[in-house]
Design a protein around this ligand. Structure first.
Ligand code: SF4
Length: 408
């Protein structure tokens, strides 16, 4: 896996070790995901973690919300190890994290990170005690903690304090700004409190999630100016299908392009037709579209238009993509670097040869009224012109030979 070191505008943070994965500073932006199984169902949870990890998730979070789920954590971790899967597992705690982590020391030891939400730790009278219990367990087990606020569960005391300040302030502060300030204040205050209890600063990751793109950008920009903790990015409650994907991609791209963000997750409302791994693929595509990390060869294809003589170039693009997906598990090991390859499949002479020359390998299919032939370009030079009814097979042979010779 290549990490584009040209991302040197990445905002400097501490490095935090989560299991065997380093997050922050110049380490690659990590893709993570979350299961949606009942954690007490060990088999289903293990299967989904394996599926997410196989898809490229470098960290997987599981809900730990009751005694049964806490009891299952060690079993889940052991079964993953038996399957040669050492992906770090994060426990997601709300309301009763202090109780579950205290009552189930095996779970506290097996998890690689604890995620806590300052808004769901306890009210004024209980917050300090509960928070201290969790932090002490993290210190004892040498585990990092993500302090993750969410604007759907803002700490009431922080909010009350800011509302009081707003009443006393002559300036006209909008409610939205107040919420954003409250989110940032809540995580920074919690991090300071954790450090004062003895948690090292390189054991803290921060997140502040909102469901609105512009608010998310504001909050994370503010956070990146105020602290050096690695930032976990993600739009929360992003919604369904294409809406969620587009909003998440917009938010992540703006922030990552400004050098903000050390680990990312895309939250997609489950859809029966799609796999949970979809959220991993969206994260990977964001990073690869921004030229930060490549996971698989990129197939560049034109949208087609009135010049396209038929649908063949669309079918060819799909076949090439399918061929790559099928071969990638093997190529990853046998041909390192292949993930950085670009392949162009174009529909006519207008942009076809030009785009093909920019790619490692490109093919330009004939459009309307063009000669029935398809020039192939390799590393910017015309290599051959394909003709006949087996252009797909000929092109795949060329592609396979190029990969074998180039990525040894
Ligand atoms: S390359 Fe040709 S077929 Fe494809 S969109 Fe451009 S003009 Fe249309």
């Amino acid at each position: 896996m290549q990490y584009n070191i040209l991302m040197n505008k990445r905002i400097e943070t501490h490095t935090v070790k989560v299991g065997n994965v380093l997050i922050g500073s110049n380490h690659p932006i990590r893709v993570q995901s979350m299961t949606n199984t009942n954690t007490s169902d060990v088999k289903k949870t293990v299967d989904q973690i394996l599926e997410l990890h196989d898809a490229g998730s470098e960290i997987v979070r599981i809900t730990v919300n009751d005694q049964d789920s806490a009891k299952s954590v060690e079993d889940i971790k052991n079964k993953l190890i038996q399957n040669n899967c050492n992906v770090p597992i994060v426990g997601d705690f709300h309301f009763n994290g202090h109780l579950l982590l205290s009552s189930y020391p095996g779970a506290a030891a097996a998890l690689d990170k604890y995620r806590i939400n300052p808004g769901n730790i306890g009210g004024k009278s209980k917050y300090d005690d509960n928070f201290e219990k969790i932090i002490n367990i993290a210190i004892k087990n040498n585990k990092p903690v993500r302090i993750g606020a969410n604007w759907g569960s803002l700490n009431k005391d922080t909010m009350d304090e800011l509302l009081k300040q707003k009443d006393n302030d002559k300036r006209d502060i909008s409610y939205s700004l107040l919420i954003k300030n409250a989110l940032v204040k809540s995580v920074i205050d919690s991090a300071v409190q954790a450090i004062s209890l003895g948690l090292p600063e390189d054991k803290i990751i921060i997140s502040c999630k909102t469901s609105n793109v512009n608010d998310l950008v504001d909050v994370y920009t503010d956070l990146s100016n105020k602290c050096k903790y690695p930032l976990h990015l993600g739009l929360t409650e992003a919604g369904l299908g294409r809406d969620a994907v587009i909003s998440s991609v917009a938010a992540l791209s703006i922030l990552i392009n400004q050098g903000i963000g050390d680990t990312i997750r895309v939250s997609l409302t489950p859809d029966k037709a799609s796999s949970r791994t979809e959220e991993v693929k969206v994260c990977q595509q964001v990073l690869s579209s921004l030229g930060i990390r490549n996971y698989t060869p990129r197939v560049i294809s034109c949208p087609g238009c009135g010049r396209t003589s038929n649908n063949y170039f669309v079918e060819l693009s799909k076949s090439i993509k399918g061929y790559i997906n099928e071969k990638m598990p093997v190529w990853k090991k046998s041909h390192p670097g292949v993930e950085n390859m670009n392949i162009a499949v174009m529909g006519c002479i207008v942009n076809g040869p030009g785009e093909s020359k920019h790619a490692n390998i490109g093919i330009s299919l004939p459009g309307n009224n063009e000669d029935p032939s398809a020039p192939v370009y390799i590393d910017g030079k015309k290599y051959k012109t394909l003709q006949g009814h087996d252009i797909e097979e000929q092109f795949i042979d060329i592609l396979q030979s190029y990969i074998e010779e180039t990525y040894k």
